[in-house]
Design a binder for this molecule. Structure first.
Ligand code: SAM
Length: 437
């Protein structure tokens, strides 16, 4: 693997990106794909990237989902070194189907473990046992693979320690295997891991429904790779694998289809000292931003302001988000020649909101819009600042020009569930963008 091919986050459908990665170049792959469920879909990023895949994948049921996964797992098998390891994170919806598919791809003799990640939580059905675990399928590619048990050993249970304070012999038949002792480095972990889900108060909790705990990734990375090895996460989400790989001195590559996710990962990596992360295939020019789907564009603007999202049905007359420092309302228009009436309406919204200032972001504004904004300001009414996408690209958001000097800006949290678009809204907006294209 060439040097420029690690420390990279690709904003792509992983099927396309994996096909471009060299064969037998990766030491460890961990993947946490969107789970299969034909009744329930959790909006993670509130962008259309996920809905496009959602529509393709779920409509045909489990067989379609498994073949969607199979073509990707085949590519992952190709890029994995012969000494490499593969961990597929899933749950009860699809684990049996995915196990069968992975047995075919890797060979069932290369199946090593089904790790059960057990967590505590609330919410039970009165009709069955509480569902409290995920499944992680672990395969090696071939007969030799890395497995470092020492860094992940656990403390022995108190009862075991007590028992071993006394002489424990081991005589089987007429053979005496001598005195039994505990390993001073700790217990060899088994395949059931109890690790808390990312607690609401945790330092690294960003509020995304699928965010995995760093502790889970630490175990996998420490046991199944060595310092300097290359770790790949092809469904990287908010970047937990990459953060832990980086902290443990591994090289890493992430892939995610969502620009919102990739932006977040870049920032999260910066927080752990990975400052020269390369992003590939991110929208960075006006034409690319113009062709983003509406919610993705809205995410891009709000993230650019380091702002917060407004609840989606609050009757707040087009306040899409709020700026970082002053919580000034932001309205996002993915259009050209935004005119006087938009500014006029937004003035009313900002006034009702009790703020003295607001921002409208668009590709361009008419002269009438600038005149209206100037008139309102001159009359001592609210100040509406008209921000073009070109301004945002060149100088960053007005509210953040000074903030950019502050390196410790908080990471963008997930949208509150009330601020996440529904599946139907995302699908409708995806179609609308399709018509426009
Ligand atoms: C369950 S989340 C991963 C969460 C991650 N383990 C973490 O701790 O943040 C799945 C991710 O896969 C991404 N995704 C879905 N389909 C994809 C595809 N075809 N290619 C790349 N990424 C995809 C989604 O955008 C989402 O971020």
């Amino acid at each position: 693997m060439r040097d420029e091919e690690h420390g990279v986050i690709y904003c792509d459908d992983n099927i396309q990106r994996l096909a471009l990665l060299p064969r037998e170049s990766v030491d460890l792959i961990y993947l946490d794909p969107p789970f299969f469920s034909n009744r329930h879909y959790e909006v993670i990023w509130g962008d259309e990237a996920e809905i496009r895949s959602f529509e393709d994948r779920w409509e045909g049921g489990i067989q379609v989902y498994v073949s969607w996964m199979r073509e990707r797992v085949l590519e992952m098998h190709r890029v994995l070194k012969n000494t490499g390891s593969f961990y597929l994170h899933c749950d009860w919806h699809a684990v049996h189907y995915l196990k069968q598919m992975c047995d075919e791809v890797f060979g069932e003799q290369h199946f090593q473990n089904e790790v059960i990640w057990y967590y505590r939580g609330a919410g039970v059905s009165p009709r069955r046992w509480a569902r409290r675990h995920d499944n992680i399928l672990f395969y090696s590619k071939d007969k030799e693979w890395t497995f470092n048990v020492d860094p992940v050993r656990e403390e022995y249970a108190q009862a075991t320690k007590e028992r071993f304070k006394h002489y424990i012999g081991n005589v089987r038949g007429d053979q005496d295997f001598g005195l039994q002792t505990l390993n001073p480095k700790g217990k060899h972990p088994d395949d059931v891991w109890e690790i808390s889900i990312v607690a609401p108060s945790a330092r690294d909790r960003l509020g995304y429904p699928t965010q995995k705990p760093e502790e889970l990734m630490r175990r996998i990375i420490l046991a199944s790779s060595n310092p300097g090895d290359l770790v790949l996460d092809p469904f990287a989400g908010c970047g937990t694998t990459l953060v832990v790989a980086h902290e443990q001195g591994r090289r890493w590559i992430g892939i995610d289809i969502s620009p919102t996710a990739v932006n977040l990962m870049r920032r999260r990596m910066g927080k752990v000292g990975a400052t020269n992360v390369r992003l590939v295939n991110m929208p960075t020019t006006e034409p690319q931003l113009r062709s983003l789907k509406p919610f993705e564009f809205q995410n891009w603007v709000i993230q650019r302001f380091n702002g917060t999202y407004s609840p989606r049905k609050s009757g707040d007359m087009g306040i899409d988000g709020r700026s970082f420092f002053n919580h000034f309302p932001i309205q996002v228009k993915q259009s050209e020649h935004v005119g006087r009436n938009v500014v006029d309406n937004f003035e009313t919204a900002v006034e009702r909101d009790g703020r003295e200032q607001g921002y409208i972001v668009a590709f361009s504004f008419t002269r009438g819009a600038y005149e209206e904004a100037a008139r309102a300001k001159a009359q001592g009414k609210v100040a509406i600042e008209l921000v073009t996408v070109a301004d945002l690209l060149q100088t960053g958001p007005p509210d953040l020009v000074t903030a950019q000097l502050i390196t410790d800006l908080p990471l963008p949290k997930a949208r509150e569930s009330a601020a996440r678009p529904s599946v139907d809204e995302l699908v409708a907006s995806d179609r609308q963008a399709g018509k426009r294209a």
